[in-house]
Ligand binder design. Structure first.
Ligand code: ADP
Ligand code: MG
Length: 383
């Protein structure tokens, strides 16, 4: 217990909820294009401790900042500058309230986390779901998991203003130890897929993030919509970009090379997810690894959301003993690469990857390495 936390609470917290970060296993930018994705919750979490107040104020604090965000429940506005992190929990509160859940009394929430921010491990979905679990438990409301996902996504879309798909929230909510989460974003269906035993995840956080990451993400989202609109001119039956055929993309978008590459990435990536499911079911981990590398190469060449740092990390991992496959994980434009490994891959091997990377890019920040296992989906820990 930290002093900051203790002095923050006006009364002892009455419940604690948490939500995990996630790995995007495969399925890059497929979610908002109506495609499929495979992700894994990891054993790194955001926790939210909540105390009720006698008045109508909302007070929020994170272990990552010394400032308290304090505002009236009835005048919740997006925050800016140093307090902008609070938009994630405030967005969740606003979305829950707009959905008809009543909050009579104000509350205080203290957040703690062992998840790196902005590394592509989706700390944003974790803080949203930790907040959502705490507020719903406090209000005595039990929502279906799929509803929790859509409400948390809505908070990020509408209040924070990031046009993300549902991948991050779905994996944080539906994750289970030793399972991957399979999401069919068109049908809004979620399923657990067993993760073959004996495999591990290593995250190599490049510690680099494109300064325009949010606007680049939004630009890719717009490009995908523009590609779909152009294809629908001839094929109105295609409702989502993943419905398009690779051959038609090739010809119809020949004069718009950027849109053609974005569409090719999304359509091929969607198919790679389906192939990966089959390979996992067959226990063919060599094939799974090939698909992970192919996904990375497609991000690099077609979707252009990789970076020299992520390419360097994946190239250093390629073909190393114990490494099945590697790729960037998450939206891209910086953040982390992940490797799927056997137990033979140890700390020394991870350090050798970092050393090799640093030899090739001496001016780059030192990547942070995290060894993670699959984790547990969001929920209440203590009442
Ligand atoms: P990612 O989701 O990949 O980590 P994002 O940029 O989507 O990256 O979200 C990161 C943002 O989420 C942080 O900049 C911060 O505003 C917010 N956030 C996440 N976890 C916490 C936390 N524990 N405390 C405060 N803010 C957090
Ligand atoms: Mg995020």
């Amino acid at each position: 217990m930290t002093d900051l936390r203790d002095s923050f609470f006006s009364s002892a917290p009455t419940l604690k909820a948490r939500a995990p970060g996630r790995i995007e296993f495969i399925g890059n930018h497929t979610d908002y294009n109506g495609g499929e994705v495979l992700g894994a919750a990891i054993d790194r979490y955001v926790t939210a401790e909540l105390a009720l107040r006698e008045d109508q104020r909302i007070r929020l604090m994170s272990s990552l900042s010394e400032r308290v965000v304090d505002l009236s429940m009835d005048a919740v506005e997006p925050q800016s500058g140093e307090d902008s992190w609070a938009n994630y929990p405030l967005g969740v509160f606003t979305v829950l309230r707009n959905s008809g859940i009543e909050f009579e009394r104000g509350f205080e929430i203290y957040f703690d986390s062992d998840l790196p921010l902005g590394a592509g491990l989706s700390s944003s979905a974790a803080i949203e779901l930790a907040t959502l679990e705490a507020l719903c438990a406090q209000a005595g409301v039990e929502l279906e998991r799929s509803q929790r996902v859509l409400l948390a996504q809505k908070a990020e879309n509408d209040f924070v203003g990031v046009p993300c798909g549902m991948l991050d929230q779905a994996v944080s909510c539906f994750g289970n130890p030793d399972q991957l989460v399979h999401i069919d974003c068109a049908q809004v269906r979620f399923a657990s897929v067993p993760m073959p035993s004996g495999y591990h995840f290593w995250i190599f956080n490049s510690q680099e993030k494109h300064s325009l990451v949010d606007s680049l993400y939004a630009e890719r989202n717009r490009e995908c919509k523009a590609a779909l609109a152009a294809l629908q001119g001839e094929y109105p039956q295609w409702k989502q970009l993943v419905d398009a055929s690779p051959e038609v993309i090739e010809t119809l978008l020949a004069d718009q090379p950027a849109l053609r590459r974005r569409a090719q990435h999304v359509v091929n990536e969607h198919r790679r997810v389906q192939e990966c499911l089959k390979a996992l079911a067959a226990g063919d981990m060599d094939r799974v690894g090939e698909l992970l590398y192919a996904s990375h190469d497609s991000s690099r060449d077609l979707f252009e959301n990789s970076t020299p740092a992520l390419d360097g990390l994946v190239d250093s991992l390629r073909g190393q003993p114990g490494v099945c496959g590697a790729r960037l994980t998450g939206g891209g434009f910086g953040g982390a690469a992940m490797a799927l490994t056997t137990a033979a891959f140890k700390n020394d091997h991870a350090q050798a990857i970092v050393d090799q990377y640093r030899n090739n890019r001496p001016a780059a920040p030192e990547p942070a390495v995290i060894h993670v296992q699959t984790g547990e989906g969001s929920g209440v820990l203590l009442r």
